[in-house]
Design a protein around this ligand. Structure first.
Ligand SMILES: Cc1cc2nc3c(=O)[nH]c(=O)nc-3n(C[C@H](O)[C@H](O)[C@H](O)COP(=O)(O)OP(=O)(O)OC[C@H]3O[C@@H](n4cnc5c(N)ncnc54)[C@H](O)[C@@H]3O)c2cc1C
Length: 372
């Protein structure tokens, strides 16, 4: 059947067949495979959407695609040989067929795919959380439905035309559906964050697009281990708030990595979550650069050193992690070595331009990849 289908040369919208999905979807030559799938409610796992994390990899079985970034540093030799591609960076050039490892077509996963909307917003409140993290509350001209853990893209027309991604810092509240709250860390040399932190931006107009991502709480009774660093607190906080609202009974250990005491924040929120949590809940800040003679009596070092030490049943846990890519890469290794399967390790790496630069092919010279 496919031989006949793929033998025809077409330029219009192409048919995209996804293994396990009953009906093919349409995708034109200007649309990325991931976008087309999400548009039709097929929850392909993904995170950054810019070819920087590899979460959206799929195995191309038939057909031709145009690839917009270099995938070779993200995918293993085995995956490259097996014709894996990054679905967020590929547009079809013929009918295609691909397979998604661990595609979750459950009602829970499909319900998490929300309608993508674009909203105009105004910065209504700003609150310093630490010396380099601001909480920013945006009133939008309409609601943006999302699941705790997801993120939105933001830009400031006239100041920064490119979008930046920010994770919602609170669980969705139907009473305040037009409000979006984020925690934004100042990145030295960063175009958007330097602008935001430089002056009082109250009243500034922004544009939001979203929601995106598939970082969200999976139902189940397995104990949870959470890891975050810096503004990675935001989606973990949202996810924990959601778990409290859902009446989750499972145990949870949350390790938060910071440099010094002045980088700690949301401690009151964590105390509130601990008080409402039905199982056992522990929030453990770990400081990597706290002066030795300070009054800090908590753990010192890297969060990764405390995973096995603090969580006795680590192998049985489901992991949720957000924040700086090096911290997450190290934690993923520790969790895998402890015996947690990749299916149970969920994360959003806060990739920025410095991480993504090496993934971009010089001058955006795309190439056509073909099933080999
Ligand atoms: C899924 C996701 C969720 C995120 N959620 C959050 C969140 O909740 N909170 C948060 O604070 N951040 C979050 N981020 C990170 C955020 O999207 C931005 O990347 C970050 O705020 C920096 O934006 P910027 O415009 O200030 O910096 P950019 O201008 O993007 O620059 C970032 C850094 O890269 C350097 N740089 C710029 N261009 C290059 C280049 N060509 N080569 C090498 N280096 C370069 C800059 O000097 C700077 O140090 C998230 C990222 C992702 C992918």
């Amino acid at each position: 059947m496919f031989g006949k289908l793929f033998g025809k040369k077409k330029t219009g919208p192409h048919m995209v067949h996804i293994e396990g999905v009953a009906k093919p979807i349409e995708c034109d030559e200007k649309t990325f495979l991931l976008s087309a799938a999400l548009r039709d409610g097929i929850p392909i796992p993904y995170s950054c959407r810019v070819g920087g994390c590899g979460t959206c990899k799929v195995q191309l079985l038939e057909g031709k695609v145009k690839e917009f970034t270099d995938k070779t540093y993200l995918l293993s030799q085995e995956e490259l040989r097996a014709n894996y591609i990054l679905s967020c960076q590929c547009q079809p050039r013929s009918d295609v067929r691909f397979r998604v490892d661990g595609l979750d077509l459950s009602a829970e996963a499909q319900a998490s795919v929300h309608k993508l909307v674009t909203r105009q917003g105004v910065i209504k409140a700003l609150r310093p959380l630490t010396h380099d993290i601001l909480e920013i509350s945006i009133e939008m001209d309409g609601p943006m439905e999302y699941t705790a853990g997801e993120y939105a893209d933001m830009r400031v027309p006239g100041v920064l035309e490119e979008f930046r991604s920010y994770s919602f810092a609170a669980r969705p509240d139907p009473q305040r559906a037009n409000l979006a709250v984020f925690h934004i860390r100042k990145v030295p040399g960063g175009s958007f964050t330097e602008w935001l932190h430089q002056a009082d931006r109250l009243g500034a107009r922004v544009e939001l697009r979203g929601p995106f991502g598939d970082f969200r709480l999976r139902s189940g009774a397995a104990p949870m281990v959470c890891v975050a660093g810096g503004s990675g607190m935001a989606p973990i906080k949202a996810l924990l708030e959601q778990a409290v609202a859902d009446g989750a009974q499972r145990d949870c250990t949350y390790l938060f990595g910071a440099r010094t005491q002045k980088d700690l924040y949301c401690q009151d929120d964590m105390a509130q979550i601990a008080a409402q949590w039905k199982g056992k809940f522990r929030f453990i800040p770990v400081l990597s650069n706290e002066p030795e003679d300070s009054d800090w009596t908590g753990p010192r070092g890297l969060v990764t050193e405390f995973l096995s030490r603090e969580v006795a049943d680590l192998a049985t846990c489901h992991a949720y992690m957000c924040g700086p890519p090096p911290m997450l890469d190290a934690a993923i290794e520790v969790l895998k070595q402890a015996g947690i399967s990749a299916d149970h390790i969920h994360f959003d790496k806060f990739l920025d331009k410095s991480h993504l630069a090496k993934a971009q092919v010089a001058n955006n010279t795309p190439h056509v990849g073909e099933n080999g």
